[in-house]
Design a protein around this ligand. Structure first.
Ligand SMILES: Cc1cc2nc3c(=O)[nH]c(=O)nc-3n(C[C@H](O)[C@H](O)[C@H](O)COP(=O)(O)O)c2cc1C
Length: 377
């Protein structure tokens, strides 16, 4: 039976299969992947509201010189976020990483995640992120230093590591490295089923992840290309992992977390939310984003989110045509138009009109958009 995506009802009825990270019990096994530039606090809260059980904050710099930057202090802002607060650190210097771990724990981080999975040049040029997969002794020194820095706190702060399968196909060392990290005292390992060399190309493979799970006794999380409840079920069956982590597939459709969780927990297939039910939460998310970043920066950073959301809204409307345009073209034009709007009030008004246009499909609100928006001119 298909149920409507009502996350509150979902949360109250699910027989959950919890995951433990150190002392922290995570409600179920569907987690949000950290994505720099995306998983800011408003986005994490949106994902949690739509059913994700756990969200790690995007990468925080381990270099103290950067801690006073606006970007880092925004990343340290966890106001209103549900526990446990998890912060990911990236860096290649064990002492700096230890200091960063302490600094973040002092500011509310309850779990520290170490990034050994990011292939971004900016990160890897410093031999951090996934480059650490090729420098095992440095990688282990970092983990050791961070664990030591957090060892004697009143509240325990478990350390987790997010890794890739290795540097390249010829050197898939994730199993041995993860085992060594477990011996040091790491509480959970996440594995993205690609090598560093692959970047995001090709398909994720799960055999290496299965081998990690088989070898370890701490929780292991599978990540990479999980985009449907079926795929999540298959990956869990294939790897035996304790949880899945989802990144790109939920961009624009955060309810995917609830759908996967419901399916994995025997709640059946959860239907997509109605467009009407999204209107207010989307408005709230837009406002949350703007107040988090401020008008000048927020009106720019919200654009990419809208570029992910708008095609989903159009899809949910079920319309083939909008304003005499094929629906996907209308969505593309709407996104392009949104990118040109330079005030948050006008953005908000535009999004509201998009909802009206899509929802009132049977009584078209004649050129709602076209006056201010010369589509297909
Ligand atoms: C825009 C973007 C930013 C990312 N930033 C990070 C990051 O800061 N830290 C990290 O560990 N992984 C990062 N990743 C990798 C994701 O966490 C995840 O491992 C990867 O996208 C594969 O999962 P998916 O197929 O579900 O997206 C990023 C991915 C994307 C697309």
């Amino acid at each position: 039976m298909i149920k409507q995506c009502n996350t509150k009802a979902l949360q109250s009825t699910m027989t959950l299969n919890p995951l433990k990270i150190g002392p922290y019990k995570i409600d179920h096994q569907v987690l949000v992947a950290p994505m720099a530039g995306v998983t800011d606090r408003p986005y994490r809260q949106l994902c949690r509201a739509y059913g994700a059980a756990y969200a790690v904050s995007e990468m925080a710099a381990s270099n103290p010189a950067l801690w006073k930057s606006v970007k880092t202090s925004q990343r340290l802002n966890h106001k209103g976020e549900p526990a446990p607060i998890a912060v990911q650190l990236a860096g290649a210097n064990p002492a700096m990483m230890a200091e960063a771990a302490r600094f973040n724990a002092d500011r509310g981080a309850q779990i520290i995640d170490i990034n050994m999975g990011c292939p971004a040049k900016k990160v890897c040029a410093l031999a951090a992120g996934s480059a650490l997969m090729g420098q095992e002794s440095l990688a282990l020194s970092i983990v050791d230093a961070v664990l030591e820095a957090l060892a004697h706190r009143r509240e325990p702060v478990p350390v987790t590591v997010k890794m890739r399968t290795g540097l390249c196909t010829a050197n898939r060392n994730v199993r041995s490295l993860a085992l060594a990290m477990q011996s040091l005292g790491v509480s959970m390992i996440v594995v993205h089923g690609r090598t560093r060399e692959q970047g995001f190309a090709g398909e994720a493979e799960y055999e290496s992840i299965r081998q990690v799970k088989e070898a370890l006794s701490i929780p292991v999380v599978a990540n990479g290309d999980i985009d449907t409840p079926n795929k999540a079920r298959e990956v869990l069956a294939q790897t035996g992992c304790d949880a899945v982590m989802v990144g790109r597939a939920a961009l624009g459709k955060p309810w995917l977390f609830a759908q996967i969780a419901a399916d994995l927990n025997g709640q059946g297939q959860l239907a997509e939310p109605s467009l009407e039910s999204l209107r207010e939460p989307m408005k709230a998310h837009f406002e949350d984003h703007l107040s988090f970043y401020g008008e000048a920066s927020g009106l720019r950073s919200i654009r990419k989110h809208v570029a992910w959301f708008l095609p989903q809204w159009v899809r949910l409307s079920g319309l083939q045509q909008v304003n005499d345009l094929p629906a996907p073209i209308w969505a593309e034009d709407a996104v392009q138009h949104f990118y040109r709007i330079d005030s948050s009030a006008a953005q908000s008004d535009f999004l509201d009109r998009c909802f009206s246009q899509l929802i009132n499909q049977d009584k078209p609100l004649k050129p709602l958009l076209t006056q201010a928006w010369p589509i297909a001119a």
